[in-house]
Design a protein around this ligand. Structure first.
Ligand code: ADP
Length: 541
């Protein structure tokens, strides 16, 4: 017997319609490229997203066609998110931090038909436009009077002249909830980038999940600042979730330095901010140097790479801000787990609670995970046994775009490429990316553990642990360290700092000091590059 409830396809358009109808006056604040602060509302975003849809119709952009962006977090990007997807096209967010040749490769692979770019990225657009063979329309995200006369890009129009004279009426089409809404390429640290193609259904379900109390706990009382870029995995879905709950959004544009972010957090009374650890490092540095405090910020979601314990402590103990440690990946839209305590943990002493908060967290309803050994055998949930992390759920990819038929799944599970433990309460902890695992004398050493200890040293800014070939032990770990500005760290003292914190055989054989550690397009340390930098390095004998 079938249920007798209404059948309604889940759609991105329902999110913007809802935000307009029920939270129309809620502000969307953006720091623009020009440096000024722009103020809009959900109602205006909705109306302008319909103008975007009309502009796309006028350009004869068909259903399912890809509309690409090369843009910072800002109100125009948000209008494109909703206008493009709600009208049945696919928004394809390109990562401007990639090499221009890689952007060309991705744009051609995606067959992008429209390219919208922020003026910061005009030099990239100028370099790539002749090679992006499928792009028919180039749109600069600026006012008409800011469009350069001699951009060298034939037919370039300003966003405002392209869309702002269009009608604000548009009837969103009824779409199959499984149709594509957004496309995002993995950063391609190994091989060519691959595209995850999110559907309206997966996007709405992911938005629901993010908003749950044990996830980001989003509500109409929040003012949310996504530092995490809209060009990488939809700013962790926050634009969609914010529309769903009617939260205020605050966009930092290109100014990601500690001072600029701090100013926005305070003036816009931001309650929740989200970003990768490297960005928070800059913010904490600014606060420390200027003896500042947060007056409004309550929680910060940190993910994308392991959040060093020292950072969780700083936010929690010094500034009274709750850190929500999250794990996810492009293939998961991206959220997989998030760390919040359970009822039974509430009376634990502070240091015991902290041990839990350091983990990447519990599964969110919708996501199932397991850890398996090399033979696919499930490993115990005892917090000690580790294995390859596999996931499944309605916002996990089934196949990559243009690789249909070659499913990455193993018996219906997506192998994440991460190695993890799971404790008896279901808290998952990433020990390594499988390709970064260090094997010493047949035992694994977690590079994240080694890095976290170095990061707890007061004079260390950044640390990366990599394995070096060793004649007897196969591999031994070394730690590569960037000291804080104006500080020196002594090798012997740092190695001594490890004593008592991990087993003796896990202590790195050496500490190497560098000016900077290479960071990739998505804010993660590039260990492949680091290994190249240290290609002539010899372990101490
Ligand atoms: P890619 O760099 O391949 O594009 P993503 O940007 O999607 O991938 O990043 C996904 C990966 O980032 C995860 O598989 C994991 O290795 C790492 N990661 C994400 N969040 C965390 C976290 N909280 N702790 C440790 N690693 C993390």
């Amino acid at each position: 017997m079938l249920g007798l409830m209404q059948q309604q396809d889940l759609s991105v358009s329902s999110l913007i319609d809802f935000a307009e109808k029920h939270h129309g006056d809620v502000e969307i604040v953006s720091r623009r490229m020009e440096g000024d602060i722009h103020r809009s509302t959900w109602a205006t975003i909705a109306s302008r997203s319909r103008q975007v849809a009309n502009a796309l119709d006028q350009c004869k952009i068909g259903q399912g066609a890809r509309v690409a962006t090369l843009a910072w977090n800002g109100y125009r990007h948000l209008e494109l998110y909703f206008g493009v997807s709600s009208s049945g096209r696919v928004i394809h967010t390109l990562n401007p931090r990639l090499h221009p040749d890689q952007i060309v490769w991705i744009a051609n692979h995606a067959e992008d038909e429209v390219m919208c770019f922020d003026m910061t990225f005009l030099p990239i657009a100028q370099q790539i436009h002749a090679r992006c063979t499928t792009v028919k329309h180039w749109v600069a995200l600026c006012d008409a009077d800011k469009l350069p006369a001699d951009s060298g890009i034939p037919g370039l129009v300003s966003y405002e002249s392209w869309m702002s004279h269009q009608s604000t009426d548009y009837a969103w089409p009824t779409l199959d909830e499984n149709s594509a809404s957004c496309m995002c390429y993995t950063s391609g640290t190994t091989g060519n980038p691959k595209a995850a193609l999110y559907s309206h259904r997966s996007t709405v379900l992911h938005a629901y999940a993010c908003a749950l109390p044990d996830v980001m706990c989003l509500s109409a009382r929040d003012s949310i600042l996504p530092v995490v870029p809209m060009f990488h995995v939809s700013a962790w879905g926050l634009p969609y979730s914010a529309a769903m709950v009617g939260a205020k959004l605050v966009f930092p544009g290109a100014a990601l330095d500690g001072k600029s972010i701090y100013e926005l957090l305070e003036t816009e009374k931001v309650t929740l901010a989200a970003g990768v650890p490297t960005v928070w490092q800059m913010l904490l540095g600014h606060l420390g140097a200027n003896n500042l405090r947060f007056n409004y910020l309550k929680r910060t979601v940190i993910g994308g790479s392991a959040c060093p314990p020292a950072m969780i402590h700083a936010f929690n103990d010094q500034y009274g801000v709750e850190v929500l440690h999250a794990w996810g990946m492009t293939e998961l839209s991206p959220l997989g787990t998030l760390c919040t305590l359970k009822n039974k943990h509430l009376d634990l002493p502070e240091d015991e609670k902290m041990k839990i908060r350091l983990k990447q967290g519990r599964a969110i309803f919708g996501i199932d995970f397991k850890i398996v050994d090399d033979n696919g055998k499930e490993q115990a949930h005892d917090g000690k046994a580790y294995g390859d992390l596999l996931v499944k759920g309605p916002w996990v990819i089934q196949e990559y775009f243009k690789q249909e038929g070659a499913s990455p799944l193993v018996d219906g599970w997506f192998p994440t490429g991460d190695v993890a433990t799971v404790d008896a309460d279901g808290y998952m902890q990433i020990t390594d990316r499988s390709k970064d695992v260090i094997k010493s004398g047949g035992e694994w050493i977690s590079s994240i553990d080694v890095e976290n200890i170095a990061m707890a040293h007061p004079d260390v800014l950044m640390a990366a642990c990599i394995g070096m070939a060793h004649p007897k032990w196969d591999e031994r770990p070394i730690v590569v360290v960037v000291p804080k500005p104006g500080k020196t760290v002594v090798r012997e003292e740092l190695l001594k700092f490890y004593e008592g914190k991990i087993a003796k055989w896990q202590i790195p054989d050496d500490a190497v000091f560098v000016e900077s550690i290479p960071i990739g397009a998505t804010g993660k340390m590039l260990k492949t590059k680091l290994r190249e930098m240290l290609s002539t390095y010899q372990l101490p004998s």
